[in-house]
Write a protein that binds this ligand. Structure first.
Ligand code: AMP
Ligand code: ZN
Length: 118
């Protein structure tokens, strides 16, 4: 299922250009257009799921796969080591800073992340 007005559905379908770094039957990973770190990649399910609030029990396998792909793209970017590393982020709601309503996991790396996040 796709949402006709959804930018990430269009990226998955190849209708909007993007710098795709990984794609399989279930998920697509592409570089964020407004990177917040030297490496900033988004991993999205190919199927339109708006937010984490829309996940069902059937999506648990998909979400596990999405996390594994996030690590795989970090390996591709050579940051998946304990002396380098990365941060995975899922935003939700106003306080979380969610802007795009197609579920996406941020993979951020290439610099030291602050904690707590600002
Ligand atoms: P969020 O605040 O979690 O909803 O994050 C949405 C992210 O999508 C932001 O980091 C944006 O820079 C990114 N973004 C929006 N449009 C595009 C696009 N066309 N290609 C790549 N990244 C995008
Ligand atoms: Zn979508």
């Amino acid at each position: 299922m796709t949402d006709q007005d959804c930018i990430f559905c269009k990226i998955v379908a190849g209708e909007v250009p993007s710098d795709i770094v990984y794609k399989d039957e279930h998920v697509t990973a592409f570089r964020d257009i407004n990177p917040q770190a030297p490496i900033h990649i988004l991993v999205v399910p190919n199927r339109h799921i708006a937010t984490t609030a829309d996940l069902t029990a059937e999506d648990e396998g998909l979400m596990g796969h999405l996390v594994r792909v996030a690590h795989l793209v970090a390996e591709q970017e050579q940051i998946a080591t304990s002396d380098r590393g990365y941060r995975l982020v899922l935003n939700y709601g106003k306080d979380g800073g969610l802007l795009v309503y197609h579920l996406h996991m941020h993979v951020l790396g290439g610099r030291r992340m602050g904690w707590p996040p600002g």
